[in-house]
Design a protein around this ligand. Structure first.
Ligand code: NAP
Length: 186
């Protein structure tokens, strides 16, 4: 069965974005995002990152696509992504599921990371494939226009690769938390 890992950074008021960008500048937090979503056990495989079209647009063009990952972008329109390597556009979740379940494609990827925004996280949290939420809890309120959805029926777990404790950058404190879908036993 497919397993979705979600990764997000949210402020105390659950904000994740403002004006299609991040409301904060946290370099080490961004590095954590890259490390978590890029790392694979097998050298010959990559992870898939699934995002909405607005999140794709929010990535500065020089960093598009997110390197060393297979970028999936969801949009109701057919996007012109021909120029990019390792980027696939989809117009529905069903098309994404078909691709993720394709036997040949399964040999190419390891983990599936859901990287936002709001409705993408919501769909993933409500799906039977939701496994873990890697949530950076930023210990401050920010003025935001995009928010992380509410969630329940999870238990906090530890992951040895996740740094513990409170971190601070630019005077902003945050903590890396991991929540697991309570329906998953392991
Ligand atoms: N803090 C964090 O961890 C984090 C993570 C990610 C993003 N962000 C921030 O969040 C904001 C962007 O997120 P957002 O919630 O506004 O947008 P988003 O989820 O990235 O993108 C929304 C778009 O995705 C497409 N879409 C969504 N569901 C679809 C479906 N079922 N079928 C087809 N297309 C679908 C639509 O694209 P079309 O309009 O093209 O049809 C929709 O307008 C930015 O501010 C970004 O910086 C923060």
């Amino acid at each position: 069965m497919l397993k979705f890992n979600l990764i997000a950074a949210a402020s105390q008021n659950r904000g994740i974005g403002k004006n299609n960008t991040l409301p904060w500048k946290l370099k080490a937090e961004m590095n954590y995002f890259s490390k978590m979503t890029e790392t694979t056990k097998s050298n010959s495989k990559k992870n898939v990152v699934i995002m909405g079209r607005r999140t794709w647009d929010s990535i500065p063009s020089k960093y598009q696509p997110l390197p060393n990952r297979i970028n999936f972008i969801l949009s109701k329109s057919k996007l012109d992504l021909e120029q990019f390597h390792d980027v696939c556009g989809f117009t529905s979740w069903n098309d994404i599921y078909d691709k993720l379940n394709d036997n040949k494609f399964k040999e190419e990827y390891e983990q599936i990371w859901i990287i936002g925004g709001s409705s993408i996280y919501k769909h993933a949290l409500e799906s039977k494939y939701f496994y873990r939420l890697y949530l950076t809890e930023i210990k401050k309120e920010f003025d935001c226009d995009t928010f992380f959805p509410t969630f329940s029926n999870v238990k906090e777990v530890s992951d040895p690769v996740v740094p513990q404790g409170i971190h601070e950058e630019n005077g902003i404190e945050y903590e890396f938390k991991v929540y697991q879908n309570a329906l998953f036993e392991e």
